[in-house]
Design a binder for this molecule. Structure first.
Ligand code: IMP
Ligand code: MG
Length: 191
């Protein structure tokens, strides 16, 4: 049987509160980065770049940017996970090109969840190659799973630490579905 939606792990009200907090913290950090750079934001009209990883981050980033009263622009990237039967053969692959104008800018990578670390370790490496002024990683969820040294990612902002369960909703999918659930729920194996 198909899996079904199980209990709600994090409801929409808690998500909204946390997203607001993260938006405020990030904005304060970025503002002080700009000040340190030499202040005049208008002379640097495109200094802050948010980079959501599609498709899972769409709902999170849509809410997050509305809690960030700053001048910012966005570059989206699409990363697919390639399935493998063993942890070793699994991985992440960039679909299309990474925007090439990140050098000297303050980049904030936004993703829905840090799980195996393949996705964020890959994106981090590719962004750093362009020498951004700074790089922050912001995830809504971080799963409690072991990650080997090459996939250690320490996000600057984490919405919620969650147990090692498969979750859906608020952008997270199972086989492409359930992204539109407003709450984050655990997926339960079918009977
Ligand atoms: P990674 O394993 O850290 O590379 O995460 C890869 C991607 O898998 C994430 O960006 C999510 O889109 C997806 N993912 C990981 N865990 C879950 C989950 O529990 N539910 C839905 N998607 C997930
Ligand atoms: Mg994803």
């Amino acid at each position: 049987m198909d899996p079904t939606i199980g209990r709600v792990l994090i409801d929409r009200a808690r998500i909204a509160l946390r997203v607001r907090e993260i938006g405020r913290q990030l904005s304060a950090e970025l503002e002080s980065d700009l000040k340190r750079d030499g202040g005049d934001v208008m002379r640097h009209p495109d200094r802050i770049v948010l980079m959501p990883i599609l498709t899972g981050a769409i709902v999170f980033v849509a809410d997050l940017i509305r809690e960030m009263p700053l001048r910012l622009s966005m570059r989206v990237v699409t990363v697919s996970s390639y399935p493998g039967t063993t942890t070793k053969s699994r991985g992440a692959m960039l679909r299309g090109a990474l925007p090439q104008d990140l050098g000297g800018r303050h980049v904030v990578v936004v993703d829905d969840i840090l799980d195996s670390g393949h996705t964020l370790a890959l994106v981090r490496e590719l962004v750093l190659e362009q020498n951004p002024a700074s790089l922050r990683i912001c995830v809504l969820l971080r799963k409690d799973v072991p990650r080997p040294p090459e996939r250690q990612v320490h996000p600057n902002h984490v919405g919620f630490d969650i147990p090692n369960e498969f979750v859906v909703g608020y952008g997270l999918d199972y086989n492409g579905f359930y992204r539109n659930l407003p709450d984050i729920a655990v997926l339960e194996a079918g009977e």
